[in-house]
Write a protein of this length. Structure first.
Length: 219
């Protein structure tokens, strides 16, 4: 009997380890070779990592000029992680169409880089399904930064920022909305979006969600 209990305990522990390893890229740390801009870094192993859930002003976009507050955001990220070791956490989708890793980045002391950029006003929310793990936290941090007039949200700056609710799809596709735990997609005005409102392209929505029967979004 004791052997059976020990066996079950062992397998339970093994399953926990497998789960944890599936959430984290690795328990190892990776040295940041350089910071490309405020929301993109390159690891020493050559991998480029795009910080998910947030967006900082552009500084190296091939078809855009350097955007307001982009240098400040890039300098902040450099101070935080360049030449240092970090841990990486994935959400659901691990790479974008450019082959970059999509990740949440942590310093060795546990400091959450994505969150710190929002907290200090160097970034605004840019969260799209299915990578929505920290959406509530990010919304709270952006709201606090705006209320305290930090960084991008300082007087005279905020009109230059595209906020979360104003975002459009990178591909220019029509935007509809989902909730974190729901199975339907909605129009922005739907009453079922009172607790959470996550933008998603119509193309992605119809492939994974059903249309709301109340607000009757496009199909």
């Amino acid at each position: 009997m004791k052997t059976k209990v020990l066996t079950k305990t062992f397998f339970f522990a093994l399953l926990c380890m497998i789960f944890i390893s599936s959430v984290l890229f690795s328990q190892e740390t990776y040295k940041v070779k350089r910071v490309i801009d405020g929301d993109t870094i390159q690891l020493e192993n050559g991998e480029r990592v795009r910080l998910i859930g947030i967006d900082t002003p552009e500084t190296v976009h091939p078809s855009k000029a350097v955007e307001y507050y982009g240098k400040e955001a890039g300098d902040f990220t450099k101070r935080m992680v360049e030449g240092k070791r970090v841990k990486i956490e994935f959400d659901v989708q691990k790479r974008d169409k450019y082959g970059r890793l999509l990740a949440y980045v942590y310093l060795e002391d546990g400091t959450f880089l994505n969150a710190e950029l929002l907290r200090h006003g160097y970034a605004n929310i840019s969260t799209y399904a299915p990578n929505v793990k920290y959406i509530e936290k990010f919304i709270r941090l952006e709201r606090e930064a705006r209320e305290d007039s930090r960084g991008l949200w300082a007087p005279g700056n905020s009109q230059k920022v595209v906020t979360y609710s104003q975002q459009s799809s990178p591909e220019g596709d029509e935007i509809v909305y989902i909730t974190k735990t729901g199975k339907k997609y909605h129009k922005a005005s739907c009453r079922y979006l009172s607790k959470s409102q996550i933008p998603i392209t119509l193309k992605d929505a119809v492939s994974a969600y059903g249309p709301c029967s109340v607000c009757n979004p496009p199909r």
